[in-house]
Design a protein around this ligand. Structure first.
Ligand code: ATP
Ligand code: MG
Length: 453
């Protein structure tokens, strides 16, 4: 495997732990991603030092920002040269059957600490002082084979902490790995344990799935394994539900396609997931065709309920709900829209205008290329019309640099028909680009010449 390049500050820190007679290993995602030559976004380290001593060593090493919120779980966080590091005391976690949180027990060996970790590829430790890798569960073999495999017995590990099931899927999609058979079967068997998880923990992993390169893969694993009942049960009715025969398999498959089509921003990915969530609730067959009248209204409401349940911020909830509410407003053909209709749409969309266009593009997923090209042309035309109307609105606001009152003051004359021609001349010069709307001095000069002649 590839050598891992460790920044100098981290090597120096390892020496300081060693000087105190402590062990210090880099563990977790950094080693996994480093071996895969992926970008490393944060560092995790494990040591036999207890939290208080970790903090002392970090302070002596010159680290000013030290976080101790996790100290009772053994974790001290620190920032070095804009990179974050979490140092955790070796742990051996003990789980109770009915509890979601482990009773933290500090351990004394690296092996115990690696054994409590979720997957073999996450259970590799690296000693930056002698470049030795410690890999008791053969994580490197699984990295090479691109496999997510639970450390020890998967069923037991998922029962202990059901979030690991969602983490397995998250890692598989992020890294484009497959989940090892026994591990996958255990997810199906243990799915009901998901019920004990907090919404925040679920959302944290689910966000990472949504932001991955191919979120549809993650969603499919979530649906196939049955975890969907605990993550987003509202999606279930769209599976196998006929929608527009010949164009799409069902609503669910359309949603999968839209998900992958949207740029990786959480607002847009959530909008993709939820935009047609109310289609099953509103479907009616009229004249041999399915209609989904008002699905965007019901969907926007449902989106709020779902996102609130998952504890997103109010701002996020409102924005995604707004996108869902307006996702149909960009028409496939706006040939019969009046200028007034275009203006009303721009006002309603507000700051979401750009995202609505981006989404409308992602939402066009039918098989008929000619139709799709026509829709795209329609959207481009609408964009142009908006631009033109906005420019016109800007132009309508342009005024003569000097008002009637200013002219009266300047020439010490009362109001009268002499004002209008001067203002018109000044305005014409601004429209021709020869005079700035703000240049009062030059405007006064010009006004004087006009009056003199
Ligand atoms: P990322 O790159 O997204 O941060 P990561 O693997 O570092 O991925 P973290 O949540 O930062 O994920 O966790 C750090 C390490 O802690 C993991 O690599 C794993 O060894 C261990 N870990 C995290 N969550 C669990 C869990 N629920 N059960 C067991 N071990 C876990
Ligand atoms: Mg991490």
């Amino acid at each position: 495997m590839n050598p891992i390049s460790i920044p100098n500050w981290l090597k120096t820190l390892a020496e300081q732990f060693q000087a105190k007679g402590r062990q210090f290993y880099i563990v977790g995602g950094a080693i996994r991603d480093g071996l895969l030559e992926r970008e490393i976004n944060e560092w995790d380290a494990a040591t036999d030092a207890k939290p208080a001593e970790i903090a002392t060593i970090l302070r002596a090493a010159g680290c000013r920002q030290i976080g101790t919120i996790g100290a009772k779980f053994g974790t001290i966080t620190a920032t070095f040269e804009n990179e974050t590091l979490e140092v955790t005391t070796f742990r051996t976690d003990q789980y109770q059957a009915d509890s979601r949180a482990p009773a933290v027990q500090f351990g004394s060996s690296l092996l115990d600490d690696l054994e409590r970790r979720d997957f073999t590829v996450n259970a590799i430790a690296f000693n930056p002082l002698n470049n030795a890798l410690h890999d008791p569960f053969h994580g490197q073999t699984d990295l090479k084979a691109k496999i997510i495999r639970a450390v020890n017995e998967p069923k037991k590990r998922f029962e202990e902490d059901p979030l690991r099931m969602l983490r397995a899927i998250r890692l598989a999609v992020q890294l484009d790995f497959t989940i090892e058979k026994e591990t996958l079967v255990a997810i199906e068997k243990e799915k009901e344990r998901m019920g004990i998880l907090s919404a925040e923990r679920i959302a944290q992993e689910f966000n990472k799935i949504l932001l991955s390169e191919k979120p549809s893969q993650g969603l499919e694993l979530i649906v196939e394994s049955g975890l969907i009942s605990y993550v987003l049960p509202e999606l279930i009715p769209s599976i196998d539900l006929e929608f527009d025969p010949g164009e799409h398999k069902d609503i669910y498959h359309h949603i999968l396609q839209v998900l992958d089509n949207t740029p990786p921003r959480l607002e847009l990915r959530w909008c993709a997931l939820l935009h047609d969530i109310a289609k099953p609730l509103t479907r009616k067959k009229i004249g041999g065709e399915y209609h989904f009248l008002g699905h965007e209204v019901v969907g926007a409401r449902l989106a709020k309920t779902i996102l609130r349940r998952l504890k997103y911020s109010n701002e996020f909830v409102d924005y995604v709900s707004k996108l869902v509410y307006l996702h149909q407003r960009i028409p496939n053909d706006q040939g019969n829209w009046t200028d007034g209709a275009v203006r009303r749409f721009v006002r309603d969309a507000g700051e979401a205008l750009q995202d609505l266009f981006t989404f409308a593009e992602a939402d066009s997923t039918g098989k008929n290329e000619r139709k799709l090209a026509k829709y795209r042309a329609g959207r481009d035309e609408l964009k142009n019309r908006i631009e033109v109307l906005e420019k016109e609105a800007e132009i309508a606001k342009i005024k003569s640099p000097l008002s009637g009152e200013e002219l009266m003051k300047l020439f010490h004359r009362p109001a009268g028909p002499w004002i209008k021609p001067i203002k018109e001349k000044l305005l014409a010069l601004v429209l021709d680009g020869e005079l700035s709307e703000k240049d009062k001095t030059k405007a006064e000069e010009i006004a004087r010449t006009i009056v003199k002649n």
